[in-house]
Design a protein around this ligand. Structure first.
Ligand SMILES: NC(=O)c1ccc[n+]([C@@H]2O[C@H](COP(=O)([O-])OP(=O)(O)OC[C@H]3O[C@@H](n4cnc5c(N)ncnc54)[C@H](O)[C@@H]3O)[C@@H](O)[C@H]2O)c1
Length: 278
């Protein structure tokens, strides 16, 4: 998709971090934007920032774990703007604990926000993009969808799933005219992801505090705040990926060589590859 001016974009997890930066950037590029999130105050603030600058935007409360809420989001976009061209399935959360300490609630929460939401997003919005005649779907995975990290099992599983889903989507789109897909695999970005527990729903509160979990919140939060890239850089990459139709959106160059090394371990001696993390 080359001309984004006047087109309609939908972004989930748009109240903070990467989603917020992408929504602001879409509006700056002349798009009409539907921002979706569960954090009402932050959603209002992001939406107002766009409209105060003269952009067109609406905010929609949407818990992306639920298919009917994704459908309501699509309905709100069509009601307000009449079409949908670009969808960024981006909302995500992470929880940390060793596999034998994770609760069923931990798995349900992370797979719901990080994977089922993308499944519902593709299923719900692809027909609308086809109706619009052109468009693009971006799904946020992670470098954790390319190489697992110890201590965040549900996140790894969800993000590998998002990569597989987006590859499947792109293969099925084939040479369908004017509709494409990208998978975004961020490395460390300076956002609020390390404090994801703020977004955990009451009904999935069952969680066991572990040293792994405590260390993750402390160290990941500090690392992202000091070494993470600014979300606006990710927004640049996403918009470039949409306008140049690039499938893999990798924010940190060293990950490309890491994927070569991972494939080499598989092909050479079949050993477990440890990557950067362990
Ligand atoms: N920050 C990083 O280093 C990094 C790295 C790799 C991947 N990612 C991915 O980027 C995406 C965006 O995360 P971020 O880093 O901007 O974090 P963030 O915490 O700043 O933003 C996430 C947003 O998702 C929203 N959200 C949480 N649960 C939701 C739900 N059930 N329904 C709707 N919205 C919900 C939150 O309210 C928040 O506004 C996530 O998918 C995350 O996994 C981030």
């Amino acid at each position: 998709m080359q001309d984004l001016d006047g087109k309609v974009g939908v972004v989930t997890g748009a109240a903070s971090g990467i989603g917020r930066a992408v929504a602001l950037r879409m509006a700056a590029d002349g798009m009409k934007v539907v921002l979706a999130d569960i954090d009402q105050d932050a959603l209002n603030a992001a939406t107002s920032e766009i409209t105060a600058a003269g952009g067109e935007a609406i905010g929609q409360i949407c818990d992306v774990r639920h298919e009917h809420e994704i459908q309501a989001l699509a309905d709100a976009a069509i009601d307000r703007f009449g079409a949908v061209h670009v969808v960024h399935n981006n909302a995500g959360v992470v929880t940390a604990a060793p596999l034998d300490k994770l609760t069923t609630a931990d798995w349900e929460w992370v797979l719901g926000v990080d994977l089922w939401s993308v499944i519902f997003g593709v299923k719900t919005f692809l027909p609308l993009i086809r109706d619009a005649g052109e468009g693009h779907i971006v799904n946020t995975a992670s470098t954790a969808g390319l190489q697992s990290n110890a201590g965040i099992g549900p996140y790894n599983v969800a993000k590998f799933g998002v990569v597989a889903l987006t590859e499947t989507l792109a293969l099925e789109l084939g040479d369908e005219p004017n509709i494409n897909a990208s998978v975004l695999c961020p490395g460390a970005i300076n956002t609020q992801i390390a404090s994801s527990e703020r977004s955990r729903p009451q009904e999935l509160a069952d969680h066991v505090e572990t040293e792994v979990g405590e260390n993750f919140v402390k160290h990941a939060g500090a690392m992202l705040a000091t070494k993470g890239k600014d979300p606006s850089e990710v927004a640049d990459l996403v918009m470039h990926g949409i306008t140049t139709n690039q499938f893999w959106l990798i924010t940190h160059e060293p990950w490309k060589q890491l994927m070569v090394d991972r494939a080499a371990a598989l092909a050479n001696d079949g050993s477990l590859f440890h990557g950067f993390g362990g």
